[in-house]
Design a protein around this ligand. Structure first.
Ligand code: G3P
Ligand code: MG
Length: 243
């Protein structure tokens, strides 16, 4: 069955409106009316799959240092809302099960980006997939993605039924071979790194294309006109109007 992807995917929830990768951000994206949100997953010291983008804590939380150096209990004590704005103080770093539960409750599709800290590519994929499997269906589409080819290969082997998006930032020379090797269901590229020609080359593989992080209606229109299936955005309201 061909993969159908939404036109608009809330990036880290709705990262322009609420603290990224928190439950509040996911609720906010759902309130805008998106059909899917994207979140980033990495591991705590005690191998809990936690939802946070950077591999260090400073930018988005009240903590310090690498995420992987703290246990889940220690991470839970941090404030992941206050750095975004006072009204959000008290938001926590979620774990993956709480995101799965919220998406199920909201009937919201989910893109789990496997975001391993250095050296944990396979393990992060293993734990994320074990967690997704143990939780069971969320009642909405669930897709995976990663910049890590190792994580994608692990996902291909462990959960072949879950569609995998091959995330590309600076296009490697062998991108087409990698896409084949990981059996990518979609190619997810940074729109700022590409040209109409390179986008056409991605499209020629026959895969649906997703693009990040698209925050203006004008750029979204251009990408849709080039055949891009959907975009990740921090501003779901803006993009839904043109999608
Ligand atoms: O999955 C799209 C986007 O999230 C990839 O980049 O760095 O925001 O995780 P990043
Ligand atoms: Mg991401």
């Amino acid at each position: 069955m061909p993969l159908t992807l939404p036109r608009v995917i809330g990036h880290r929830g709705a990262a322009a409106h609420a603290p990224e990768n928190t439950l509040e951000s996911i609720r906010c994206a759902a309130a805008f009316g998106v059909a899917m949100v994207e979140i980033d997953v990495q591991l705590s010291k005690d191998e809990v799959p936690v939802v946070i983008h950077d591999d260090t804590l400073e930018r988005t939380t009240t903590g310090r240092g690498p995420v992987i150096d703290l246990t889940w209990r220690e991470l839970q004590a941090l404030d992941a809302g206050a750095p975004f704005g006072r009204p959000f103080a008290g938001e926590r770093i979620p774990d993956l099960p709480s995101v799965l539960a919220l998406c199920k409750e909201l009937e919201l599709g989910l893109n789990v980006e496997i975001k391993p800290s250095p050296g944990t590519d396979v393990r992060t994929a293993e734990i994320a997939l074990k967690t997704i499997d143990a939780f069971g269906p969320i009642g909405a589409p669930l897709v995976l993605s990663s910049f890590s080819v190792e994580s994608l290969e692990a996902a291909r082997d462990l959960a072949p039924h879950l569609p995998r998006g091959y995330l590309i930032w600076e296009r490697p020379a062998d991108w087409a071979d990698i896409a084949d090797r990981v059996a990518a269901a979609s190619i997810n590229f940074d729109h700022e790194q590409e040209t109409p020609e390179s986008i056409a080359a991605y499209k020629a593989t026959g895969r649906p294309l997703l693009s990040y992080t698209v925050n203006t209606a004008e750029r979204a229109r251009e990408l849709f006109a080039l055949g891009v299936a959907g975009v990740f955005t921090d501003f779901p309201g803006r993009i839904l109007r043109v999608a």
